[in-house]
Design a protein. Structure first.
Lengths: 173, 173
DNA sequence: TTGCCAACTGGGGTGACCCTCCACTTATGC
DNA sequence: GCATAAGTGGAGGGTCACCCCAGTTGGCAA
């Protein structure tokens, strides 16, 4: 990648971060390009789809969430770790504008999706081995549920409360 | 209302129903006007906001859901009635394109929102009297949760399964 | 039946958006 | 330095929501 291309890529990403934080996942791509000081064609070459831009913007945050999952995996109560991580995910999704929408409209080959599913899977396996998860519940169900809660709330407190309520059914009777 | 205005109103509503069923809540208002055979200004006069058009389109369906709530209120197990109705709501929201989005972005004075909250409240009160609802759970939480599940699923089976899972926490320990 | 007028209409304008093409510029390897 | 491939952005086409306003028409009163 040429140095000027790299510079523009970074400028676009920074502008996108600011604009998406302000206006959410359907922020204007033209405004992002304008703020970055590049033409809209340049934005579209670096990020052919809106989704690809969203992925790039949220990549760091998703990585941090995965790191948190690895940290929680070392805790004693694996059932609690799974629920805690999912609640954390709900809160981040609700308060980080655009993140939840981005995760909802994601496709199976998206890197964010893959990273989160793997992190979730690891915690899930541990929790299942500890007998802390009901039969018939899989990790996709839980991620969908948590994404759903994120979508429907804007407030961290609401997200945490609703996620905890929704995840009550995870534990066996 | 003049006869021609009434006729146009009905034409727009019919076109909107078809188009929203095909393209969801963010269907093109211009296409709806075109299909209805009226100018876009006429559509905007009858329905000043997208939300007002969505409300009109989904009014009948919401009314049917409220009727279902009244029917369920006469059943023996009030706790089960509440959960059944909420699952039903989740399935309708997931399978009726645009309904869930419409309910999410609703304001407090929307007629659909008011109708559903009242219906939910009635079932909730009965369930609470029967001791079938955990402390600290209110009807808004449940409606938000169910709307969230609707948003995140497209398939009736998925919606029902996730709603049932999410509502597991409603019952007292 | 006729004529009036308020209610109603829709074409067209404005500004915003997404996305693509293509003539131009520039960084980089030789 | 220079050739050239990589990179650029302005302009333009198509779509959209929304609004203005000159023209039309339904319904009522005389």
């Amino acid at each position: 990648m040429r140095a000027d291309a790299r510079r523009n890529y970074d400028l676009i990403l920074a502008a996108a971060e600011a604009e998406i934080a302000k206006s959410g996942a359907d922020a204007s791509l033209e405004k992002i390009a304008r703020d970055a000081g590049v033409g809209s064609a340049t934005l579209h070459r670096h990020f052919p789809t809106r989704q690809s831009l969203l992925e790039a913007v949220f990549h760091d945050r998703v990585e941090a969430l995965c790191a948190e999952a690895r940290r929680l995996a070392t805790s004693a109560d694996h059932g609690q770790a799974l629920v805690d991580w999912l609640c954390d995910l709900a809160v981040h999704g609700a308060t980080t504008r655009g993140l939840a929408e981005s995760l909802l409209h994601t496709s199976a080959d998206s890197s964010c999706e893959v990273m989160l599913r793997e992190a979730g899977n690891d915690l899930m396996r541990l929790a299942q081995e500890a007998g802390a998860v009901r039969e018939g519940v899989d990790v996709d169900d839980l991620l969908t549920l948590v994404t759903a809660v994120s979508l429907a709330t804007r407030d961290a407190g609401d997200a945490a409360r609703l996620a905890a309520l929704a995840l009550e059914g995870v534990r066996p009777r």
